[in-house]
Design a protein around this ligand. Sequence first.
Ligand SMILES: Cc1cc2nc3c(=O)[nH]c(=O)nc-3n(C[C@H](O)[C@H](O)[C@H](O)COP(=O)(O)OP(=O)(O)OC[C@H]3O[C@@H](n4cnc5c(N)ncnc54)[C@H](O)[C@@H]3O)c2cc1C
Length: 245
Amino acid sequence: MSDTSTETAVQFRGEVTVDLVKHSAADSDVLWAARVSTAGEQSLEELTKDPERSKGLINYLMRDRHGSPFEHNSMTFFISAPIFVFREFMRHRVGWSYNEESGRYRELQPVFYVPAQERKLVQQGRPGKYEFVDGTDAQHRATTEAMEASYRQAYDAYQEMLAAGIAREVARAVLPVGLFSSMYATCNARSLMHFLGLRTQHELAAVPSFPQREIEMVGEKMEAEWAKLMPLTHAAFNGNGRIAP
Ligand SMILES: Cc1cc2nc3c(=O)[nH]c(=O)nc-3n(C[C@H](O)[C@H](O)[C@H](O)COP(=O)(O)OP(=O)(O)OC[C@H]3O[C@@H](n4cnc5c(N)ncnc54)[C@H](O)[C@@H]3O)c2cc1C
């Protein structure tokens, strides 16, 4: 979806994107860290000797919440998502590093979030017991039309102020939290598991969480990348109720 009526084409997106840009993360990092406490210098050799034992050790660490061996790895993601997602994301303080694009040093681009057709629109139930159900076509239309009109008006006001010589850091105040932003986020497996335990819904979760769907979409994409890098750790996370060690 795009609009060319304004000078800069306004774009509406219903998807978030997550790219794994850099990583140093493997199951062997967990084993190395865990075994160094008992095997000392010989621990590297031990890693490949007995795969079943390695799997068992990772599962034991996860189950008994020995968390620190899961910290000796690193993943850097480039994430593009609406500002309201980043507001939630940056509440995760421990084991995360962030850098987000600046609205002071560059002109913000007109890319805005509009829920895709499959996004459940209607909330039912009471606090703590909400469930979301599909919206009707009319509700989807009303949402799309209201958001697009509001976004266009806000971005026009932003452009008018910039054209009048107003500083970007002042003019950006009119832009809504549905504006897309981008950031680098670096974490390790332990901090990612804590994030996933809170920001995804999963049938294997021993402690269910009820995250907003849009941050969950980011979490699901991050989890898919992490699972490829650390399959044993990911399986142990799932096998132990998706509770971060
Ligand atoms: C479904 C959902 C709804 C939410 N709703 C709201 C809301 O309405 N309003 C709102 O403000 N927030 C809300 N939050 C955010 C939530 O309160 C947390 O800030 C967020 O989930 C980050 O969790 P965390 O503090 O465990 O993570 P991190 O900041 O990464 O911390 C990780 C862990 O480190 C420890 N830790 C970190 N800092 C401290 C500290 N200062 N003192 C002691 N221990 C510490 C804790 O064990 C913590 O679990 C919501 C989160 C979820 C998942």
